[in-house]
Design a protein around this ligand. Structure first.
Ligand code: FE2
Length: 241
């Protein structure tokens, strides 16, 4: 039996409200009715599950996993950290997925219309499984900022999207990682929906000179806390528990 630990009531001063007018898409998508709570079924709690053999050797290498003619353009970085529970215990075996724009701020997606160029050697997505100490790492290209249709001239700061799976696919959390020292973070209408400055700062990966790869890559450290007062702000949990 998996230790589910103590239940921590969700801290609503930490997570942003579902409705935030300056973030325009929340206006239509935020619930207008009281939420219904549905019990998970046994199939949602037990499966489907993923096999560790499904992770390929290049899945945590975004510099190489889509490369065709050479390395992608941009600043090479390593992103690493740990997935921890609310008691700072490591969470092993968690499947992390990450996706991001390329160095010019362009996603490789058929609905993407931003004029920055696609990089033929960069796909922008990958995944990793945490080890027995809850650790993960991957290498990639630092993403660029990009404009988005919200206000007259809103730009997203450089960021990497993260998905964290728990013991079953019904347990999925999604968040975003930002980069230390980026002034765009504090101008972003999405970031601005988070009411607590400390919660925002926990989404900002620290530049870590200790773990840079000399003549190769800078390193950024990003820990993800799943629950409790120090919980990472998860954007798909805005509407309720
Ligand atoms: Fe994005």
């Amino acid at each position: 039996m998996v230790d589910q630990g103590t239940f921590y009531q969700r801290d609503r001063s930490w997570h942003p409200p579902a409705f935030s007018a300056p973030y325009k898409t929340t206006v239509l998508r935020s619930p207008q009715q009281p939420l219904l709570s549905l019990e998970n079924t046994i199939s949602e709690l037990t499966g489907p599950v993923f096999g560790h053999d499904k992770i390929g050797p290049l899945d945590n290498d975004l510099i190489r996993n889509y490369a065709k003619t050479g390395d992608p353009i941009g600043q090479r970085i390593v992103v690493y950290g740990r997935v921890l529970d609310e008691n700072a215990r490591p969470v092993p075996g968690a499947l992390l997925e990450f996706w991001q724009a390329n160095a010019g701020g362009r996603y490789r997606h058929k609905k993407e219309t931003y004029l920055a160029a696609i990089d033929p050697n960069f796909g922008g997505c990958g995944r990793a499984i945490t080890d027995e100490d809850g650790r993960f790492w991957f290498r990639t290209i630092k993403p660029g900022a990009y404009p988005w249709p919200n206000g007259v001239n809103d730009w997203r700061p450089a960021h990497i999207h993260f998905s964290v799976f728990g013991h079953a696919f019904a347990q999925r959390l999604i968040t975003q990682m930002y980069f230390e020292g980026d002034p765009m973070i504090w101008q972003d209408p999405i970031v601005a929906t988070i009411p607590d400055k400390t919660a925002i700062e926990q989404l900002v990966a620290a530049l870590d000179r200790e773990n840079t790869l000399p003549m190769d890559s800078l390193a950024y450290k990003f820990d993800i806390v799943l629950r409790g007062r120090r919980s990472t702000m998860f954007e798909n949990r805005m509407e309720g528990n």
